[in-house]
Design a protein around this ligand. Sequence first.
Ligand code: AMP
Ligand code: TRP
Length: 350
Amino acid sequence: MAAFKERVFSGVQPTGNLHLGNYLGAIARFVPLQEKYDCIYCVVDMHAITMPPSVWGGPQELKRQIREVTAAFLAAGIDPKRHIVFNQSQVSEHAELAWICNCIARIGWLNRMTQFKEKAGKDRENASVGLYSYPTLMAADILVYRATHVPVGEDQKQHLELTRDVAQKFNNDFAESIAACGFGEAFFPLAEPLIQGPAMRIMSLRDGTKKMSKSDPSDNSRINLTDDADTIAQKIRKAKTDPEPLPSEEKGLEGRPEADNLVGIFAALKGVSRTDVLREFGGGQFSVFKAALIDLAVDRLGPLGAEMKRLVDDPAHIDAVLSDGADRARAIARPVMDAVKDITGFVRRG
Ligand code: AMP
Ligand code: TRP
């Protein structure tokens, strides 16, 4: 495969409050990648509207959430000057390439997507067409920058595989044209998922078998990034556990989803492994471990939440960051989209 310039792309939806899963599984991991790659971090507002407005709260709420996710990016330490931060709907090339991706992806591929099945629920006939084709818009997000690396939580793995399938099929279907247009053997890179570490799947605090999610009706199931110290403490104190003391080794966590989750959260917040955590707390009671987890969580999340609140109070600054990011994103996306048009055979203004 041809060598592609290395570039990171990832997206977060502006729907519902950001929680610890979004932070540890995604946003916190975006930060160190800035040292090694050119990074593009996107608030995927067009993905948000794949669910009905009653779910994401309507236009005013959408605006607020777009700014809040942007604030979380900045508060976590993403540098919008050295890298790119913007919201998806400001760069229309995403929607433009999504149409091509729709024509490349097969219905059978989309039918296998588990996230659609979960989100559509029982009444599948009533789901939006956008929810069904969500993964092809996600493929376009990545491909329109010819991104090579995509940091996400484990729940997005299947969507990334579909992105690779779309890229591969485009490269195959248009191989001759790609070569004739001067792009060699392949136009799109096959983006690699960056999924690793102890926090790829943070589970609900009320049920260790369900992932922590914005859509869980119980607010006690998740820690929101804007929760204050008392709320964080209360939620951790109430978190479900089992009657056994903590094991001393990682294999002792098997079959104990709640214990495994809390140990994983501790490990990710502290930047150590589960084994390290158990070396310290193994054999002890949950109450001792929970007290330490509360201190750690408040220590890490308190300043983050405060900085988010400060940033959200200055929407003009956030909006300026987004439009500057959108300009720089478009400067990359437009030539890619023009090349795709040439490769596909569309006639366009020279
Ligand atoms: P979303 O809010 O669905 O756009 O997700 C934004 C990012 O957070 C994606 O990379 C997800 O994989 C990640 N994410 C969401 N929920 C969790 C979770 N419970 N554990 C780990 N990562 C998560
Ligand atoms: N589908 C992702 C999620 O729900 C968000 C997303 C949209 C994304 N486009 C993307 C993630 C492109 C990575 C790359 O978490």
